[in-house]
Write a protein that binds this ligand. Structure first.
Ligand SMILES: C[S@@+](CC[C@H](N)C(=O)[O-])C[C@H]1O[C@@H](n2cnc3c(N)ncnc32)[C@H](O)[C@@H]1O
Length: 210
């Protein structure tokens, strides 16, 4: 990784705002000496932050976009974490099977997916659960973070506007209804463990294997 140019680092401003509150939720689920697989790691800013916050674990990033994987690698190098953090995996949730090695699989304690399911087609949410199921056992967890629609609660104006703006960018995108996500989870052998209100009208949603 010596040739990595720091200039490949991208900045996703929301990561600075939400990383502490996400870390605080994660701290309840993380087991020492295990591996967390992050789906859709984006810039990699979350990855390096969580790796430093939880030094006993291995934070395994992934993203299908080359520009994001380059950014992740640059952040890893910039933060001096390259001896601890593996390189990002080129992983699109719709791949079948996911390109996860046996050694990674044997260490996985949880799968974390932050701000992806509303910025990808619904088929990606389905694949996320279908494939995650293959890498988790009953002591593990799957955590989603992001904005959701909820049947029993009025959606904030900011989330309604965000939903509209996503649909303008791509009609297959948009905030997901938590009940629909839960249905997919149950179909794939998960149960809903916790729904945690987060700042700025986001949720952390924790599933485990039934
Ligand atoms: C809004 S960004 C969120 C990035 C990061 N998790 C964060 O919170 O800053 C959405 C991410 O989803 C990734 N993504 C989109 N479609 C995907 C797919 N089919 N499989 C995996 N990742 C995907 C994008 O490459 C991008 O990094």
């Amino acid at each position: 990784m010596d040739n990595i140019n720091y200039d490949c680092r991208l900045n996703f401003p929301a990561t600075i705002r939400n990383r502490e509150s996400i870390a605080s939720v994660l701290s309840n689920y993380i087991s020492p000496n295990s591996l967390l697989l992050e789906i859709a790691s984006g810039s990699g800013e979350h990855g390096v932050f969580f790796q430093k916050k939880f030094p006993s674990i291995t934070w395994q990033t992934s993203d299908p976009e080359l520009v994001h994987r380059k950014s992740i690698n640059s952040w890893i190098k910039h933060e001096g974490l390259y001896s601890k953090m593996p390189e990002p995996i080129d992983l699109d949730v719709e791949m079948r099977p996911w390109p996860i090695t046996k050694s990674i699989k044997s260490l996985i304690n949880g799968i974390v997916c932050i701000n992806m399911i509303h910025i990808s087609p619904w088929s990606c949410t389905r694949s996320l659960f279908e494939q995650s199921r293959k890498y988790l056992d009953q002591s593990n967890f799957l955590m989603l973070y992001g904005p959701f629609l909820r049947k029993e609660r009025q959606t904030s104006e900011s989330n309604l506007n965000f939903d509209q703006s996503l649909k303008i960018q791509n009609p297959l995108w948009g905030l997901r209804n938590l009940n629909n996500v839960n249905d997919i989870a149950i179909e794939n052998g998960f149960k809903l463990d916790h729904v945690i209100d987060m700042p700025a009208n986001n949720l952390s949603v924790i599933y485990s294997i039934k």
